[in-house]
Design a protein around this ligand. Structure first.
Ligand code: PEP
Ligand code: MN
Length: 341
């Protein structure tokens, strides 16, 4: 349920609505758009609530949201959400590039990667320190040491860093180092993790579960938003289909659809979606053409020796070329690469 305030409603009237909601046991989430202010009602609503709220001063309308997610919906917030990290705006009409190794390995290699992606025009450095692995005997990441390496790369290059958190118990630790916390595909419905990152105070990038319909993905985002964190970024990283020649199937149509149904920015991840380095560039261009607010791409100085996802990692040369081609598409569709600081 959404309470739409009258144009020109006063702060006292808005406060009045928030106060009444609290008295009734709900949380009110405020969204000030260019044209109107709306209050999202967080909690299990009942039909009579609409009448109780409609009579409050300053209220223009009370609308029942037809979809189960509210704070994530365009109905609640018509304007695009812009997530700001360092000097970079994600969702502001530009194309933002996140790039780096799948997993953090040595300081030397991560530094080399950070320098290269920065020089090629990327905005954010990625690297996994906690790795979700299908096989428990595979490399599972360096943990805090990995985060320290990423932080050192940030210190040198100035690039903000994004890194995955897999366990609610590690949220505090990852929040201390990373500028954006990543929730991986496999954890999209780890509800206690979603609650925890909802309270962490940093932006969160929520990857789509490889099995998840859009509605479940947006409901997962709703968990984070409902805890008070409005800095949520979606990431399409491919879904499971019958196709086995690619690692997953990149669902391009979900990009414009998510943007229609939700105000949250969306990033395309052609690396995990395809699993093959030579498919990354074409699907990167396609994601941007389809409306993605940015991309996340895996890059490694020596993909053959990467500790994870070498087959989909780009060499430095391939990444430079991808940046050129994506830059052209981004310009052509009116969302040029975001300025670099
Ligand atoms: C990753 O980004 O390295 C990763 C593990 O991605 P996903 O959760 O999409 O598989
Ligand atoms: Mn990976």
């Amino acid at each position: 349920m959404i309470v739409v305030m009258r144009v020109g409603s006063t702060e006292t009237e808005i406060d009045g609505v928030l106060k009444r909601l609290k008295e009734l046991g709900f949380k009110g989430s405020l969204s000030r758009g260019e044209e109107r202010t709306v209050v999202g009602v967080v909690g299990q609503v009942y039909p009579e609530l609409a009448d109780e709220l409609a009579v409050l001063p300053g209220v223009a309308d009370v609308v029942r949201v037809s979809r189960p997610y509210k704070l994530a919906s365009r109905e609640f917030k018509p304007d695009d959400t812009v997530v700001r990290v360092g000097g970079v705006a994600i969702g502001g009409g530009n194309t933002v590039m996140m790039a780096g190794q799948c997993s953090v390995d040595t300081e030397e290699q991560v530094m080399a990667t950070a320098r290269l992606v920065k020089e090629a025009g990327a905005h954010i450095l990625r690297g996994g320190a906690f790795k979700p692995r299908t096989n428990p005997y595979a490399f599972r990441g360096l943990g805090e040491k990995g985060l320290q390496i990423l932080a050192a790369a940030r210190d040198e290059t100035g690039l903000p860093i994004i890194s995955e958190v897999m366990d609610p118990r590690d949220v505090e630790l990852v929040t201390r180092y990373a500028d954006i916390l990543q929730i991986g595909s496999r954890n999209m419905q780890n509800f206690s993790l979603l609650d925890e990152v909802g309270r962490c105070g940093k932006p969160v990038m929520l990857k789509r579960g490889m099995w998840a319909p859009l509605q479940e993905w947006l409901l997962a985002a709703e968990y984070i938003l409902a805890e008070g964190n409005d800095q949520v970024i979606l990431c399409e990283r491919g879904i499971r289909t019958f196709e086995t020649d690619t690692r997953f199937t990149m669902d391009l149509s979900v990009i414009p659809l998510a943007k229609r149904l939700s105000h949250l920015p969306i990033i395309g991840d052609p690396s995990h979606a395809t699993g093959r380095w030579y498919l990354v560039e074409p699907m990167a261009m396609a994601s941007v053409a389809a409306g993605a607010d940015g991309l996340m791409v895996e890059v490694h100085p020596n993909p053959d020796h990467a500790l994870s996802d070498g087959a989909q990692s780009l060499t430095f040369d391939n990444f430079r070329q991808l940046m050129d081609r994506v830059g052209e598409v981004a310009r052509a569709v009116g969302r040029p690469l975001a300025p670099v600081s």
